[in-house]
Ligand binder design. Structure first.
Ligand SMILES: [Zn+2]
Ligand SMILES: [Zn+2]
Ligand SMILES: [Zn+2]
Length: 321
């Protein structure tokens, strides 16, 4: 037996045994092979999948093989003139199936009425949520995630800005004295900056007014008092400045990316809700029913009776889908 096929054996019966007992019609049984392997352009070759399919759960050995097989099918279909964009448009909103419900009673009636070869699935109960609601829900979840990420980036940005400021102050100070002047507080982490950040800035203000007196203060121990080109910190000014500027640039880019993504999601949400709904409803009231909307006070200064009218018409549009 070829090595490749070993995985596919279900129950092995050795050939001598098969020959010895012909009356028992013994034979080796096989598992069904992964469909991606079977449909490979050369199924016998070693680079086609030889793993067994996941039985009742799937025609494929794995999700990867399933995806690869579908890609293959789409390519073949596109080669024959299929429109990939159209295909994507029609499936991109697809979600995990919620389950379908079939009415046994209706099914029985339909079977009785229609010829057996012609009846379709009767009493099919559609999923509760419309495609529109589902898409909105997904978009809101994405939006929350982006906003959360952006807030985190902003907080880190504050830290970078603090460091940039202190670096500048420390450099200016070191320029005016015959000492190294490295400020070890530049290594503060976010918690230390939150606690001492302001006092660090203040120490430079008072340092400037007091002149050289500050260096001999016990409080000034964070400034290195070594010689101008101290062995431990030589060239710290250039290094630190470059570092903090690079960090700032990275954060700016990350923030810009997140802001752009946020704007795109918001536009998409607005596009889904119709323009009238956009005027009368805030994001928060999207999920409220029209009945509730009538009892809600107008939040944007629009005359009250208008809101329910718009909400109503948008609801009707939804139902038609
Ligand atoms: Zn045997
Ligand atoms: Zn496979
Ligand atoms: Zn130093």
């Amino acid at each position: 037996m070829p090595d490749l096929e070993v995985d596919l054996v279900d129950q092995f019966i050795c050939p001598p045994c098969v020959d010895k007992h012909p009356e028992l019609s013994l034979r080796t049984t096989w598992k069904r092979r992964c469909l991606y392997g079977l449909e490979h352009k050369n199924p016998q070759s070693a680079d086609s999948c030889h793993k067994p399919a996941r039985g009742a759960f799937s025609k494929y050995c794995s999700d990867e093989c399933g995806v690869k097989y579908m890609r293959l099918r789409i390519e073949l279909w596109a080669d024959k003139g299929g429109d990939k964009n159209k295909l994507w448009e029609s499936v991109k909103g697809a979600q995990k199936r919620e389950g379908t419900v079939v009415s046994a009673k209706l099914a029985q009636e339909a079977r009785a009425d229609a010829p057996s070869d012609k009846y379709t699935i009767p009493g099919l109960v559609k999923p509760e949520k419309t495609r529109k609601d589902r898409e909105l829900e997904g978009l809101h979840a994405k939006l929350d995630e982006v906003v959360k990420k952006r807030d985190a980036e902003k907080e880190e940005m504050d830290l970078v800005l603090w460091r940039e400021k202190v670096t500048g102050l420390a450099i200016r100070r070191s320029d005016s004295i015959e000492e190294c002047g490295w400020d070890q507080r530049l290594c503060f982490g976010d918690e230390e900056v939150a606690e001492f950040g302001t006092s660090v800035l203040e120490s430079y203000e008072s340092g400037q007014s007091d002149g050289d007196a500050m260096q001999v203060d016990a409080e000034g121990e964070w400034w290195c008092q070594g010689k101008k080109k101290c062995d431990r910190h030589v060239g710290w000014q250039k290094l630190r400045l470059a570092e903090v500027q690079f960090e700032k640039e990275m954060k700016e880019q990350a923030l810009l990316k997140l802001t752009t993504r946020e704007r795109k999601i918001r536009t998409r949400i607005e596009d889904i809700l119709d323009p009238h709904a956009r005027v009368s409803a805030t994001c928060n009231s999207v999920h409220t029913t029209p009945q509730k909307a009538t009892t809600l006070p107008s939040t944007n200064g629009q005359p009250k009776p208008k809101a329910p009218v718009h909400a109503d018409s948008s609801k009707k549009g939804k139902k038609k889908r």
